[in-house]
Design a protein. Sequence first.
Length: 188
Amino acid sequence: MQPTRVVLETERRTTSLEEGYVDVSDEELATLLRLCHDTAESLKAEMKTRQLRIPNFIPENSSQFYNALDKAARRFKVVDRVDNRASKHVDTAITILTQVQTNRSGQVYQEFLHDVLRHSSPGVVMLCAVAFGKQKLANMREDERMNILDVVRVKGGSLQSPSLDVLADDYGVPSLDSKHVNILVNSS
């Protein structure tokens, strides 16, 4: 018996997730995406009807998290500076990254920022600090923070830019190579 799998069919060919989309036209790709979205929504509705728990691997708020990060990235690219509100969030992130945290919210935020550094760059740490802030991130459920990290891991490259990394460096956002950050990462 073959394992359950999804097969995608266009007018010209049949493909699967494993095979990729090299021979699929842009128009067909957009149609497949819409159909997959509709299928996912239909499956969720059926699971609710059957009163089944919808697994956490379907991050419903990932696009909202990506949009918040993308908005912060676009703002930095346009103004090429850290404004007053953003400055407070970035200062807090730098403090959290470079000092031992004794309270729960500081520890949660520090762990999150370390994870962002491992998966991305100081520039993306700055984006996370500005887009979400310490209080919001510390008060999120763990699965929401994991969704943000997944967005950073999967789409972080599209958020990064040389000017953002220069700005983060100029502002003093530590990298994972930083002596202070390594001491804290190893002691946690």
